[in-house]
Design a protein around this ligand. Sequence first.
Ligand SMILES: [Zn+2]
Length: 267
Amino acid sequence: MALKENELARFARHIPLLTEEGQEKLKNATALITRCGGVGGAAALYLAAAGVGRLILVHEGNTTWSNLNRMILQSYDWVGKPRIVKIRESIHRLNPDVEIIAIAEPFTEDLGNELASQADVLLSCTPVWRERVALNSVAIRYRKPLIEAAMNGMEGTLTVIVPNETPCLRCIYPEDPTNDWWDPWGFPVLGAVAGMTGCFAAIEAIKVILGRGTGDKGRKTEQGTRDTGHKVGKPLTNRMLIFDTANHDYRIVKLRRLPNCPVCGQE
Ligand SMILES: [Zn+2]
């Protein structure tokens, strides 16, 4: 699908970075996001703003007062009502052209198995550890790139998992974490840090989508160098960004695949 006239206008500030071909790739792409709260809501909104054509959004439950410090797609007059309805409405207020498949269920591996084949990129934005593990297994099974974005308090982590090429979530965390970093209902959240983590996830998802069909190596130019056409860089693979906004400490650590990883080791 080529870009329409109103899309060329909407993305006029994008195209110098992404190229028109890149913008078309976004339009023809589908992103699956598990939970659209503080992190996933920001990711979904920015992917919609960026012109990603289709979003599959999984988020259960009703809006509560305690959501409103971070869930920017919700609103105070929606407390007690289904979050997913307001998520769709808020995204469509910004970009009505985005097709949204909204699912108000907890994310499970079975649900992921149903949905994964429709998606080009998966974004793990849920605070619930078992949902992250489930999405990781789905990503490996269906060979879908997975953006892993997590936060707690003032801190966060980010990496991009490419099945068969990079460590998976289980390689990074061989054991289920038991510390309170992963206590989904209790950990503290500064809304802006959640939003920033979601924006990081959206940036990586855009890179992954733009890299499709090029192997991210780009085309050979007359000078023999590689030109990917776009200026957004390469996804954060085989490395993890670990950041702490309290002191603005940003570190990138190298990641290795776990030999005999129970999830990705057989591949
Ligand atoms: Zn693994």
